[in-house]
Write a protein that binds this ligand. Structure first.
Ligand SMILES: O=C(O)c1cc(=O)[nH]c(=O)n1[C@@H]1O[C@H](COP(=O)(O)O)[C@@H](O)[C@H]1O
Length: 272
């Protein structure tokens, strides 16, 4: 398998940089006229996949919305992964995992090894246990042509308390994450496989956001982030930025045409 960064670069060129979050909130199931149970979850998630996976470069299911139904919910997540990939979308599994190295390897095996039922193209990871604790995920991703997106400057208002704090070197925590990613992506062409999560809502940033890797920019849409914000925050790097939105698209369902059109509109706007 070619490296994730190479595959992502091709997918963005082909389909555009808009990422659809497949987050089956209880409230959305209700709005769609579905029960908040496994049958409702399955109908919701597979309808979204049918609508958007043939058009979006990347889909991002948030695992928690499936885990809340236990093993049968996780079985639905497995289908979301398989059906999305079959429709040509890359799957970024949003699990925000992070643990000591030995457990980190188990997370890598669960999500990044093609032998796993939940094998995805990439995952989200949390660096709170130290960037080095993610090494097993990074190494496993390299082995299998997968990617890892590490939380750096998240879209939520609580993020700066930790992410803007300074380490012993004087750099911020977010800047330290970006430095590690710059090192990991140094030799990649056209794009590295190790990304940062940087919200579309962060406003101004003094950090150097160029690290030769992709950016996942959640907060686009329902949390208030706009295309203008993406351009302002990322400037020339904006080509490798996946603007990600969940509720703003999902609210349009169960009308598959409306969801599909929203993906096309967002891609047109982001690439204009
Ligand atoms: O990693 C993420 O995807 C993520 C990081 C972040 O900083 N902010 C953030 O909202 N997210 C996720 O992005 C999605 C945002 O959903 P909407 O606000 O409905 O577009 C959810 O799945 C969040 O868990």
């Amino acid at each position: 398998m070619s490296p994730f960064g190479t595959r992502l670069h091709a997918a963005i060129t082909d389909r555009g940089p808009f990422c659809v979050g497949i987050d089956p909130h209880a409230g959305l199931l209700h709005e769609w006229g579905l029960a908040d149970d496994v049958a409702g979850l399955e109908r919701f998630a597979l309808t979204v996949v049918e609508a958007v996976a043939p058009y979006a470069s990347v889909v991002k299911p948030q695992s928690a919305f499936y885990e809340r139904f236990g093993s049968r919910g996780v079985a639905v997540l497995e289908r979301v992964v398989a059906d999305s990939r079959a429709a040509g979308a890359l799957v970024l599994m949003d699990v925000k995992r992070g643990d000591i190295g030995s457990t980190s390897q188990a997370y890598a095996d669960a999500y990044l090894d093609p032998a796993s039922p939940l094998a995805s193209d990439a995952i989200t990871a949390s660096p709170f246990l130290g960037f080095g604790s993610l090494d097993p995920m990074i190494d496993t991703a390299r082995t299998h042509g997968a990617g890892v997106f590490v939380l750096a400057l998240t879209s939520n208002k609580e993020g700066p308390e930790f992410q803007h704090a300074r380490t012993d070197s004087g750099a911020t925590v977010a800047g330290t994450v970006l430095d590690h990613l710059r090192r990991l992506n140094a030799d990649a062409d056209p794009l590295g496989s190790f990304g940062a999560v940087i919200g579309a809502t962060i406003g101004e940033s003094d950090e150097d956001l160029a690290f030769n890797g992709p950016v996942l920019a959640p907060g686009y849409g329902a949390q208030g982030g706009t295309t203008a914000d993406i351009r302002r925050i990322f400037g020339p790097a904006a080509g490798a930025v996946l603007a990600s939105s969940s509720r703003e698209v999902l609210r349009l369902g169960p009308d598959t045409g409306a969801m599909r059109d929203a993906v096309r509109r967002a891609n047109d706007e982001l690439t204009a």
